[in-house]
Write a protein that binds this ligand. Sequence first.
Ligand code: ASP
Ligand code: MG
Length: 422
Amino acid sequence: MALIVQKYGGTSMGSIERIREVARRVARYAKEGHRLVVVPSAMAGETNRLIGLAKELTSDPNPRELDVIASTGEQVSIGLLSIALQQLGLKARSYTGFQVRILTDDAHTKARILSIDDANIRRDLDAGHVVVVAGFQGIDESGNITTLGRGGSDTTGVALAAALKADECQIYTDVDGVYTTDPRIEPAARRLAKITFEEMLELASLGSKVLQIRSVEFAGKYKVNLRVLSSFTDVNSTDMGTLITFEEEDMEQAIISGIAFNRDEAKISVLGVPDKPGIAFAILSPIAEANIDVDMIIQNASIEGLTDFSFTVHRNEYKRAMEILQSKVKPGIGAKGIVGDDRIAKVSLVGIGMRTHAGIASKMFGALAREGVNIQMISTSEIRISVIVDQAQVDAAVQATHTAFDLDADEIEAVVYGGTGR
Ligand code: ASP
Ligand code: MG
């Protein structure tokens, strides 16, 4: 019998009927003998509604008060879910972040969890209760209510699983797992039964929005077994979604796990800069000081002492980055020109098998070439190859790569929960 943390997202909690469904699913696991801690999000749309109320008063609400407001969505959810569980004859008790004592730092609206006091939860579990804990919220050292950033209930779930040394953290959502790529772009996308934690981290940071990235980092740090599954299947379904695993041995045959893409990119090139020490620093430090995140960075080999220096930023920061370069950087380093393009996108191939297999990059580039997709920039890590392409060619690039690596669907492989722990 296992200790399982189940997190249910906003759509799973979207109505009273949906909450009853969640309660039935929890009840099924409880009847199988598992001990359960359940972490619901606010009902779908509720967090937006609450933040919207505050923004009717001012465009820039005080963050401490915003957290007081935004955290109430989850408080409603835990009470409703506990009642629904009690209606099914289970013992259930709800806790806010404050009542558990989920201690965070004081960075309102994006706080980080520092520690969790598990005494109340353990006592209730031992007494046979299902424990229902509010996602997304905590309390700082001075007793202020904090929230963990949008999508933060995932992190609450994972952090509780880590603190309680749970056998598994199940993230229930409206998709039934992690796919090889977005099925809206490539209908042949296949669901993965397993993916390694490192691959998931790459996919999450590359814009595949199944899990909040912080929750994946947290799971990696504390070795929490994470599973993504749908709350829209039959409550007795044995479909076990996608397991995010730390076992890498049997994953190597897969080579490639998925293709992520991100349409929010922009690229900037500083042309004809003298190739000498301090140039990269001179270009990027004013960008960093403006708190603009830089993703890919490429410097060309120099010709006659001059080189081109290119990098990418989020599209929302493109204008600001260009302005900074024009006003603060260009005059100082004597660059010939600054050009940019905010109509680009990034397509990334991710797979742990890249470590042990040669020829992956050339295979990807071949597929793109046959499709007539021009590659503007390339960057790689040990388990990822990313290319920048024109945004009009993203779909074609994803589809061609998906097919080239044999990711197109055959049958879904379902994994049945063993509950044996780690
Ligand atoms: N309710 C919060 C949000 O909408 C937290 C979450 O759903 O995970 O961002
Ligand atoms: Mg959510």
